[in-house]
Design a protein around this ligand. Structure first.
Ligand SMILES: [Zn+2]
Length: 274
C-alpha cells in the first residue's frame, strides 16, 4: 500500500501507513500514543505538534509535505507527477544560496531544479545526473564553494575546448574542465613537456547529436565530451600508440580510447578503456 493522506475520519483510518506515521513521528519525539495503526486523536495531536515544529501548515493531516518532513531528505529526481515537499524546498533554498537558479522556491522538483542540480554537480566535480542524492546533499551542506572560476593551467586554455559549432563550455562544467586540465598537465610533463593539441574538446548537445547521425556506432549518446570532462588529443612527434601508453598511466582512474589518429582521454571518475 502506498502512503495515503492521513486524517481523522469516522470510522478511523487504519493501516500500515498509519503505523509507519506513528513510528516516524514517535521517533521525532512526538508521541502518538500506542503504535496501533489507527489514526485517532493522539495521532492528530502528534501530527500537529510535529507540523508546528517543522514549519508546516498545522492541520493534523499527514499529506505529502508532512510525509517528506518525517522521512527526512529523499533522493530528489524528476518524476511524473513532480516530487514535492519540504525536502525539495530545502534543495531549492540551498542550491540558490550556492549561486544556482532553481526557479521559484515552490517545493516542486521540476526542470529548473534538474538544471540547477546538474550545474551545481558539475561545479563541485560530482557526477552530473540531475539527481540530488546523498553526495549532492552532502555537497549542499558543506561550506565548499563551487568552482565557477575560468579553468586555466600553465599550458591549456578554456578556448581550446570550444565546440566546433562555436558554443563555449558552459560555466557549470568549469569544475570538470579544471580537473581535466590538471591531468593533461601531468601527462604533458610525463611525455617530456611535448605540446598537446586538443583536436576535440567540449561538444554541445546539438553538435554531439549531429555527429551521432553521421556515425551512430562511433559517437556515444552520453559522451564525456558533453560535460567537458574529455579531450581527443594529438602530440606532434609522437605516434598515437606512444601517447596511448602514457595516457594509460596518467588516466588510470578515467577513460582512454585508442584511435588511429588521436587518443581520447577523460576524467569520468572511473576506469574505462576501449
Ligand atoms: Zn573523445
Amino acid at each position: 500500500m502506498g502512503k495515503r493522506l492521513l486524517k481523522l475520519t469516522s470510522p478511523m483510518m487504519k493501516g500500515d501507513d498509519v503505523k509507519e506515521f506513528q513510528t516516524l513521528v514517535n521517533a521525532k519525539g512526538y508521541s502518538p500514543g500506542k503504535i496501533d495503526g489507527v489514526y485517532g486523536n493522539n495521532s492528530v495531536s502528534a501530527c500537529k505538534a510535529f507540523q508546528k515544529a517543522s514549519g508546516l501548515s498545522v492541520d493534523g493531516m499527514c499529506g505529502d509535505r508532512t510525509w517528506a518532513a518525517l522521512e527526512g531528505r529523499r533522493t530528489l529526481k524528476k518524476t511524473s507527477p513532480l516530487m514535492s515537499g519540504a525536502d525539495v524546498k530545502e534543495f531549492q533554498t540551498k542550491v540558490r544560496e550556492k549561486g544556482f537558479d532553481a526557479g521559484a522556491i515552490d517545493g516542486k522538483y521540476g526542470d529548473k531544479c534538474v538544471a540547477a542540480c546538474q550545474a551545481f554537480q558539475g561545479a563541485m566535480g560530482l557526477s552530473i545526473d540531475g539527481i540530488c542524492g546523498k553526495n549532492t546533499w552532502a555537497a549542499l551542506d558543506s561550506d565548499g564553494k563551487p568552482s565557477l572560476e575560468k579553468p586555466h593551467s600553465a599550458h591549456f586554455k578554456l578556448e581550446e575546448w570550444r565546440c566546433n559549432d562555436g558554443q563555449d563550455v558552459p560555466v557549470q562544467y568549469y569544475g570538470n574542465l579544471q580537473r581535466l586540465m590538471d591531468k593533461l598537465e601531468e601527462l604533458r610533463a610525463y611525455i617530456g613537456n611535448k605540446p598537446i593539441t586538443i583536436a576535440s574538446g567540449y561538444r554541445s548537445p546539438e553538435y554531439n547529436e549531429m555527429l551521432r547521425k553521421k556515425d551512430p556506432n562511433g559517437v556515444a549518446k552520453n559522451s564525456q565530451h558533453l560535460y567537458a570532462t574529455a579531450a581527443d588529443i594529438k602530440v606532434a612527434g609522437m605516434k598515437p600508440s606512444e601517447v596511448q601508453k602514457a595516457a594509460d598511466k596518467i588516466f588510470a582512474d578515467g577513460g582512454m580510447g585508442k584511435y588511429s589518429s588521436f587518443t581520447h582521454v577523460d576524467v569520468r571518475g572511473h576506469r574505462a578503456r576501449w
